[in-house]
Design a protein around this ligand. Sequence first.
Ligand SMILES: Cc1cc2nc3c(=O)[nH]c(=O)nc-3n(C[C@H](O)[C@H](O)[C@H](O)COP(=O)(O)OP(=O)(O)OC[C@H]3O[C@@H](n4cnc5c(N)ncnc54)[C@H](O)[C@@H]3O)c2cc1C
Length: 395
Amino acid sequence: MSEKTQVIVVGGGASGLMAAIQAAENGAAVTVLEQNETPGRKICVTGNGRCNLTNRDMRAEIFRGRQPEFAAGILQQFSLQDTLTFFEKLGVALTDRKGWLYPRSNQAKCIPELLLLKARSLKVKIKTRESVESVFYENGCWKVQTSGWTYEGNKVILANGSSASQVPGSDGSGYEIASQLGHRIIKPLPALTGLRCKGNAFSAWAGVRTDAEVTLLLDETETVKESGEVQLTDYGISGIPIFQLSRYAIRALDGGKKVTLSVNFLPEYTKDTLQEYMKKRQELCPYQSEAELLLGLLPDKLIKMFRKQKGDLCQTITAYSLVVKGSSGFEQAQVCSGGVDTSQVSPETLESKLHKGLYFAGELLDIDGPCGGYNLQWAWSSGAVAGCHSAKEKL
Ligand SMILES: Cc1cc2nc3c(=O)[nH]c(=O)nc-3n(C[C@H](O)[C@H](O)[C@H](O)COP(=O)(O)OP(=O)(O)OC[C@H]3O[C@@H](n4cnc5c(N)ncnc54)[C@H](O)[C@@H]3O)c2cc1C
C-alpha cells in the first residue's frame, strides 16, 4: 500500500461523494464503490427533480432519531455555511424558495455531475457497478468484497443510504453490512411518505388537493400538528404536512399504538367560528341547503363526502378523523427513520465505537429530517465529517 491513507467509500450517493471529496482533500487516496451504473441517482430525483439541497433554517433540533442530539456536533463541524461555501466553490448558484434552497438551474442532476467532476479532479477512483457484499478487517487492513473483487484500505466509510424510494440501489444492504460488523440497527421504517387509512370510501376524494391542518394523535393524545396542502388519495392522505408527521405515525404504529389524524379542512375556522359563519351564510342565502352553503368554501368532492357523514357537519369539517393503518411503503418513501444506532458511533468523528477505521455517513445512520432540504444537509455534513476524519485519524 502507498504512504497515503487509503479510504474506501461504500456508496456513491450524496454522503458518499461528499465523504470522498473531503477525504481526498485531506490527503487520502480514495476509492468509491457504487453499485449503480451512475453515482448519485437518488440526488437526481430529489426536490421533484430540482434538488432541495439545504435550508436556511438549519437548527440541530429539527433532526430526529433515537439520539437526535447526535446530529448537532456533526452539523457544527460542517455547517450550513460550510455547505453553501462548498457548493458555491463547485459553481452552484442557489435559488431560495422561502428558505428552501435549490440550484439556480432547477436541475438536480447538476449536483452529482459537479460532485463527480470535483472528485475526479482530486483523483478519487469511482468504480461503478460494484455491489459491496461484505466488509471485514483482516491482516491489518479493511477488506471490501464485491462480487468480482476484494478492495483493501486503511479506512472504510459506509454510505449505503437507506431502503427508501424506488431508485435502484435503495436495497438496505448497508444495514446488513453494518449488522454483520456487530452494529445494532434501529428498525428502519418508511418516513416522509403518505399514510394509508382505514375505510373504503377514499376513491370519492382521490385527487383533491386542499389546504388543511392535520393533528397526529397517538393513543388519543395530540402530538404533532402540521399544516399546508394535503393530497387526498384512494388509500388515504398524502402531501407535505402528512410527510412531515409520517415518521412519528409509522413508528408509533409499529410500536402498537393507535394512530389517528384529525384533519381541519378549513384551518382558518374552529368548529364554533365555522358554525357562526354558516349561520350568517344561511341568513344571506336561505334558499341554500346546508351542503350548498359549502360551495365556494370546499372542493365539491369533499362536500359530497361530508354530506354522507352522520353528525355535526362543522365538527366533521374541522376535525375529520382518520385512523392510520400503515404507510405507502418503502418504495414511496423519501427517507427511512431508523438505521445504524448512533450510540455505537462517535459523535465527533462518525467512527464506529466497535471498530477502528470504520466510519458511517448519511441516511444509513439513525438520523432523519423533515422535508425541506434537511436530509441532504445531513448527507453533506455527515459525509464531510466522516471523510475528513477518516483521512486524518491515525489507525
Ligand atoms: C423522491 C425523493 C425526493 C427527495 N427529495 C429530497 C430533497 O429535496 N431534499 C432533501 O434534503 N432530501 C431529499 N430526499 C432524501 C435524500 O435524497 C436522501 O436523504 C439522501 O440522498 C441520502 O444520502 P445518502 O448518501 O445517505 O444515500 P443515497 O444518496 O441513497 O446514496 C447511497 C448510495 O449507495 C449505493 N449503495 C447502496 N448499497 C450499496 C452496496 N452494497 N454497494 C455499492 N453501492 C451501494 C446506492 O446505489 C446509492 O447510490 C429525497 C428522497 C427521495 C427518494
